[in-house]
Design a protein around this ligand. Structure first.
Ligand SMILES: Cc1cc2nc3c(=O)[nH]c(=O)nc-3n(C[C@H](O)[C@H](O)[C@H](O)COP(=O)(O)OP(=O)(O)OC[C@H]3O[C@@H](n4cnc5c(N)ncnc54)[C@H](O)[C@@H]3O)c2cc1C
Length: 416
C-alpha cells in the first residue's frame, strides 16, 4: 500500500505529527506497539511550560527562548480556536503557583530572566493565595502555565485520528526493507499473525525510548540518552493543587494533581525529588517525600495520605554531558526521521519541524487534498490510550519509619 508517511510510536509527538500531516493532506498512518502514550506522555505532569523553569538561573536560556511560544499555541488548541482542536481534553488548571523556601538573593536572580518571557509570574496577595500556601513565609507567585490531563489529550488526538491508527506486535511487529543506499523502501507491520505491507515516502520515528532499537532495526544508529526519574504518587484527602516549590535555581518539587477513575485526587511529585529519588529505594523515597512535603507545605494534613513510587526514563537525543536538550530534536537520514520532542509542551513545534523537513528537505508533497486524508483499515485493531501510573499501582503505603539521616542520597544535577 502506498502512503506518504509512516509514523512509529503514538505518544504526544507521534499523535500531534499525525494530526498535523493529515490536515496538510498527507496520507499518514501511525503504528503503536503497546498503548498510546505508554512511557513518557502518560506519566508526564502535563504542565505546558512557558520557560520560567528554564530561566531560574537569572538568564534567558536557549531552552526558555524556544519554549516561550508554547503556552499560547496550546491555549488556542485547548479552547478550540486552533487546530488540532483539543477542546474535549481536560485542563486541570489554568495556572501554577510558585513559592520559595530559599533566600532573597536567589529570588532576585530567579525573576531576572522572566522579564523576557511571554508567561510571567505575578506576585499575589495573601487573600489570593491557595489555602495550602496561606502561611508561606516567602512571596507566592501565580504563573499562567496550564496543566492538562495527558490521558485526555491522548484520547482527544486518538478520536480525531482513529482511522489512521494501527496496532502492531510488541516484539517484531515492524520490519524494514532498505535499498542499497539506505533508503527505506517498504515496511511490514505485523499484529498477531496478520500482516500489512506499506511503501511509505518516508518514515518518522516518535517512539521515545524505543527510537534507539527501531533505528537499529532500520540500519541506523542515532545517539540517544535516557534520564531516569523515580516519581512519587500521593493519594488521600488532598486538594487539587498545581505548583513548583523553587529553591535557588532548582525546582525542589513540582506538584500536579489529577483525578482517578474513582474520583479521588492524586498528586504526582516531580522535580528534584524525582531525580534524587533514582538513588533511593521506594521506601526511602516515600519517607523523603513525606519529610519534604512537611517542610515545603507545613499546612498539609499528612495523616490520611498514602504513597507509591514508580520509575520512568526521559528519552532524548544524546547531548553534551547528558543535559536536557533545549528544543525538540528531529534528525534525518535519507527518508527516515527520528524525533524526540524533549517536552510535552514542545509537541506542536516538533510536528511543525517534521512537516517542514518532509516538505522542504525531502520534497515530499501531500498526495491527498488537505482535510480529506481519511484512510480505513477494515478490522485492524486500534491502540488504546495507556493507563495512568496511579491506575496501575497495587500497593499504596503509609510512610515508613526509616530515619532520613540514614538515607544514601547522592545529589544529581540533571536540568529537568
Ligand atoms: C515523569 C515525567 C514528567 C514529565 N512532565 C512534563 C511536563 O509537565 N511538561 C512537559 O512539557 N513535559 C514533561 N515531560 C516530558 C514529556 O512527557 C516527554 O518529552 C514527551 O511526552 C515525549 O513524548 P514522545 O511522544 O516522544 O514519547 P512517549 O510518550 O514515550 O511515546 C512513545 C510511544 O512510542 C511507542 N513505542 C515505543 N517503541 C515502539 C515500537 N517499537 N513500535 C511501535 N511503537 C513504539 C510507545 O508505546 C509510546 O506510545 C515529563 C516526562 C516524564 C517522564
Amino acid at each position: 500500500m502506498d502512503i506518504d508517511v509512516l509514523i512509529i510510536g503514538g505518544g504526544i509527538a507521534g499523535l500531534w505529527t499525525l494530526d498535523q500531516l493529515r490536515r496538510a493532506g498527507y496520507r499518514a498512518v501511525l503504528v503503536e506497539n503497546r498503548s498510546l502514550g505508554y512511557g513518557q506522555t502518560i506519566t508526564s505532569q502535563g504542565i505546558i511550560h512557558g520557560g520560567l523553569k528554564y530561566s531560574l538561573r537569572g538568564v534567558l536560556t536557549a531552552s526558555a527562548n524556544e519554549i516561550r511560544e508554547m503556552p499560547t499555541i496550546w491555549r488556542e488548541c485547548l479552547s478550540g480556536q486552533r487546530e488540532p482542536n483539543l477542546s474535549t481534553a481536560i485542563v486541570r488548571s489554568h495556572c501554577c503557583y510558585l513559592w520559595q523556601t530559599d533566600s532573597l538573593a536567589s529570588q532576585a536572580g530567579m525573576w531576572g530572566a522572566s522579564i523576557q518571557l511571554r508567561v510571567k509570574p505575578e506576585s499575589i496577595s495573601a487573600s489570593q493565595r491557595p489555602e495550602l500556601l496561606q502561611q508561606s513565609r516567602g512571596a507566592v507567585y501565580r504563573l499562567n502555565e496550564q496543566v492538562v490531563s495527558p490521558s485526555s489529550v491522548l484520547q482527544c488526538l486518538k478520536e480525531r485520528n482513529q482511522d489512521a491508527l494501527l496496532m502492531c506486535n510488541q516484539e517484531q511487529g515492524i520490519e524494514f526493507s532498505r535499498s542499497f543506499q539506505g533508503t527505506i523502501n517498504s515496511v511490514n507491520i505485523r499484529y498477531r499473525e496478520e500482516e500489512l505491507h506499506f511503501i511509505p515516502g518516508c518514515v518518522v520515528m516518535t517512539a521515545g525510548v524505543g527510537n534507539g532499537q527501531l533505528n537499529e532495526a532500520a540500519g541506523q544508529k542515532q545517539p540517544m540518552q535516557r534520564r531516569p526519574l523515580q516519581m512519587v504518587l500521593v493519594r488521600g484527602n488532598l486538594p487539587m493543587f498545581q505548583g513548583h516549590c523553587v529553591d535557588g535555581a532548582k525546582t525542589r518539587m513540582t506538584i500536579t494533581s489529577e483525578v482517578t477513575t474513582t474520583g479521588d485526587v492524586v498528586w504526582q511529585l516531580g522535580g528534584q525529588i524525582a531525580e534524587l529519588g533514582v538513588s533511593m529505594s521506594p521506601e526511602q523515597l516515600v519517607q523523603h517525600a513525606e519529610n519534604e512535603l512537611r517542610a515545603i507545605l507545613p499546612e498539609l494534613k499528612m495523616d490520611s495520605l498514602k504513597f507509591a513510587t514508580y520509575q520512568v526514563d526521559r528519552a532524548e537525543k544524546q547531548s553534551r554531558l547528558g543535559m536536557r536538550p533545549d528544543s525538540p530534536q528531529v534528525l534525518m537520514h535519507k527518508n527516515l526521521l527520528t524525533c524526540w520532542p524533549t517536552k510535552l509542551a514542545f509537541a506542536p513545534r516538533a510536528a511543525e519541524m517534521i512537516e517542514q523537513k518532509i516538505s522542504s528537505e525531502l520534497n515530499l508533497k501531500p498526495s491527498l487534498i488537505p482535510g480529506n486524508a481519511s484512510l480505513s483499515w477494515k478490522d485492524w485493531p486500534i491502540p488504546e490510550v495507556a493507563k495512568s501510573p496511579w491506575e496501575l499501582v497495587e500497593n499504596w503505603h503509609q510512610s515508613t519509619e526509616v530515619p532520613e539521616s540514614s538515607q544514601p542520597i547522592t545529589p544529581v544535577d540533571h536540568a529537568a
